[in-house]
Design a protein around this ligand. Structure first.
Ligand code: TRP
Length: 334
């Protein structure tokens, strides 16, 4: 039997997962566990580059794990773990810091954006974040790393680190490929269709989280910005009607209908019926996920069992890579 290719990805528990997280990456992950040997983790070490309230971080980390499972990531078929439970991440992160250059870290657009947004807390972790992310990836020798466009630059940096490291010590790490799903919908804020729907709380009033109450979801869709053109019809034109295009993308992704079908469905009706229809479709999409998440969260023993087993599996693989790295570098084995 041919060995399955390895895939790995993480999401920071720094904000509640949104409809955008689901319709973009998360929705595709359950299919991938059939085809690949998958590792998915809650990147809590990454979350603290920005100040987190400890209770909120704890809640989100567990909720995110429960949501992954509720969305179809069967823990029997893939490895789900919490990053800080696998100490090898922090250790390899330090090593790779010594192989990542100040200049290349300085060029990361996410660092520049985040420093601008957190001017009072431009800490070292924010700067060296990509070395830790490289460690997350390289510990598992994955073939593919599913990420959004915004993370592609970090995967590129990980590739550069691999080339630099392997150049000195031989073939230690596999060169990872970013994997950007062709069909992944990019969902924008409902109040500002020029910006991605964000999982952090600061300021995005146009987001819908996976756990939002149906009433809240309906309200968010009813007040979603449409476009100020005079035509007031449901037509897919992302250039001139970005608000409507975003709602259509959501509706199309949730219902599986094409843009042409949606245009026909709402022909001659304006936005008054369209916006609540999108809201209702989203409420129905999220209902079973919410129920399942609550059920899993209530079962503490089960959840604990999942993350313990996940950490054990992940550590075993991670330790093999870390040992090899330490040996190559010249550290004395204990
Ligand atoms: N940096 C990613 C983000 O902000 C999260 C992440 C951390 C990640 N480590 C990773 C993604 C490793 C893929 C692989 O979304």
């Amino acid at each position: 039997m041919e060995e399955k290719k390895i895939m790995l990805s993480g999401i920071k528990p720094s904000g509640d997962l949104t409809l955008g997280s689901y319709l973009g990456p998360l929705r595709h992950w359950p299919k991938m566990i059939e085809e690949y040997d998958c590792y998915y983790f809650m990147a809590d070490l990454h979350a603290i580059t920005v100040r987190q309230d400890p209770a909120a971080l704890r809640r989100r980390t567990l909720e995110q794990l429960a949501q992954y499972i509720a969305c179809g990531l069967d823990p029997e078929k893939c490895t789900l773990f919490i990053q800080s439970h696998v100490h090898q991440h922090a250790e390899l992160g330090w090593v790779l810091n010594c192989y990542a250059m100040f200049g290349e870290l300085s060029r990361m657009t996410q660092f520049k954006d985040k420093s601008a947004k957190n001017a009072d807390n431009i800490n070292g972790g924010l700067f060296t974040y990509p070395s830790l992310m490289a460690a997350d990836i390289l510990l598992y020798q994955p073939d593919f790393v599913p990420v959004g466009e915004d993370q592609k630059q970090h995967v590129e940096l990980a590739r550069n680190i691999v080339q630099r490291f392997n150049g000195v010590y031989g073939d230690v790490f596999k060169v990872p490929e970013p994997y950007i799903p062709k069909v992944g919908a990019r969902i924008m804020s409902l109040t500002n269709p020029a910006a991605k729907m964000s999982k952090s709380e600061n300021g995005d009033t146009g987001r819908v989280t996976l756990m939002d109450d149906p009433n809240v979801i309906m309200k968010q869709f009813k007040r979603a910005v449409t476009d100020s053109d005079t035509e007031k019809c449901v037509r897919y034109d992302p250039e001139n009607k970005p608000g409507v295009a975003n709602l259509m993308t959501i509706y199309a992704t949730v219902t599986g209908r094409s843009f042409a079908e949606i245009e026909r469905e709402f022909d001659g009706q304006g936005y008054g019926r369209f916006k609540p229809a999108v809201g209702e479709a989203v409420v129905e999409l999220l209902r079973p996920i919410q129920e399942e998440t609550r059920r899993i969260l209530a079962d503490k023993a089960y959840l604990e069992g999942v993350y313990r087993a996940g950490a054990e599996k992940a550590s075993y693989v991670a330790e093999r890579t870390l040992r090899k790295v330490y040996k190559k570098i010249g550290f004395i084995a204990r």
